[in-house]
Design a protein around this ligand. Structure first.
Ligand code: AFP
Length: 339
């Protein structure tokens, strides 16, 4: 019997233990972040359970409302949003919450206020719910600027100011990927324990990938650099093999695959949507943060994605993210076009 392997398997690194370990590296830390994260984890577990039971519980179907983006809300969107808002407020560690589902930011009442601002999409990819495709929650965490009342400017900060970002994917397994600014780690929910266990330590994205991920149905409206890049993926002229296309249409699932296998995920601007589709605060920033922490890059077509300063909470931006070398290629095509 391989005792070392056995010991390894029984020494379970839960997400709470991991964050407490991280916390102990900062003696000044008061444990607020650990408490906040525990509440996010609770929200993820609840949504995971609701997604798994959706068919059975007859939760699938329209809730009869339209959200701020003009999209139909599914019951699970509504439920997930409520769960996260309540979990985050009750943590006593948040002051401003921005959710994809709510037109306005939520300012937490003074008696329950803490120093963190959380931006999140409670259930991204919800148009995929009915067919059982992986969907997820995306979140980013800022700290309120020192002093005074919380203001909207506290969340209208560039993505590079985030303290942490992550997503939880509700798929064949429930996987939470997190970065607190020193690398990226993946935790898988063990349903029998009800705990997220570290299963993907120190994730590094391959420097170059073999897959590209984009909605090709929008190709007729793409700009020059995007069209050239995708053409290069399919018909490389340097003798390298063509890339394979993978597109789920659920950002968490497409980014998760890109992070683990390498390659590039694109949601570019096009003639119909000059700012792209994806939202800066709770889609573009958290995923860009994770990509950079894993050794990849994220680019908007004009600049490093994390340098963008949003003016509105539901702002959108084009995004190209993934393996370092693949993003470098699209950056070169945009630079060439500018000249
Ligand atoms: P839904 O939440 O409406 O399913 O949108 C998902 C999403 O915001 C993101 O998760 C996908 O990457 C992207 O939209 C897919 O958009 P297209 O359907 O236009 O390709």
């Amino acid at each position: 019997m391989d005792h070392a392997a056995e010991a390894h398997r029984t020494d379970l690194m839960t997400i709470t233990r991991y964050v407490l370990n991280e916390q102990s590296k900062h003696p000044e830390s008061r444990g607020d972040f650990t408490i906040l994260l525990n509440h996010i984890v609770l929200g993820c577990k609840f949504v995971c359970s609701a997604v798994n039971k959706a068919g059975l519980a007859k939760l699938i179907g329209l809730a009869g409302e339209t959200n701020v983006q003009g999209e139909e809300q599914k019951k699970l969107d509504v439920l997930s949003n409520e769960v996260f808002i309540k979990a985050l407020v009750s943590s006593g560690r948040t002051c401003i919450l921005v959710s994809e589902e709510d037109e306005e930011a939520t300012f937490v009442e003074p008696s329950k206020r803490g120093r963190y601002c959380v931006v999140f999409d409670p259930l991204d990819g919800s148009s995929n719910i009915d067919c059982g495709v992986s969907i997820g929650t995306i979140f980013g965490i800022y700290m309120i600027k020192e002093g005074g009342e919380p203001k909207l400017e506290d969340v209208l900060q560039p993505g590079k100011n985030m303290l942490a970002a992550g997503y939880c994917m509700y798929g064949s397994s429930c996987t939470l990927v997190l970065s607190t600014g020193s690398g990226v780690n993946g935790f898988t929910l063990d349903p029998s324990l009800g705990e997220f266990i570290l299963t993907h330590p120190d994730i590094k994205i391959p420097k170059k990938g073999k897959k590209y991920s984009v909605n090709e149905g929008n190709a007729k409206n793409w700009d020059g650099p995007t069209a050239k890049y995708v053409e290069k993926c399919k018909f490389p002229k340097d003798g390298s093999p063509a890339k394979s296309l993978r597109y789920i249409g659920s950002m968490v699932a497409d980014v998760h695959r890109t992070l683990l296998y390498g390659g590039i995920f694109l949601y570019p601007a096009d003639k119909k949507s000059p700012n792209g589709k994806l939202r800066v605060l709770y889609e573009v920033f958290p995923m860009s943060f994770l990509m950079e922490e894993a050794g990849g890059q994220a680019f908007t077509g004009k600049q490093r994605a994390l340098d963008l300063v949003p003016k509105q909470i539901h702002e959108r931006s084009p995004i190209f993210l993934g393996s370092y070398d693949d993003v470098e290629e699209i950056k070169a095509l945009y630079a060439a076009e500018e000249q």
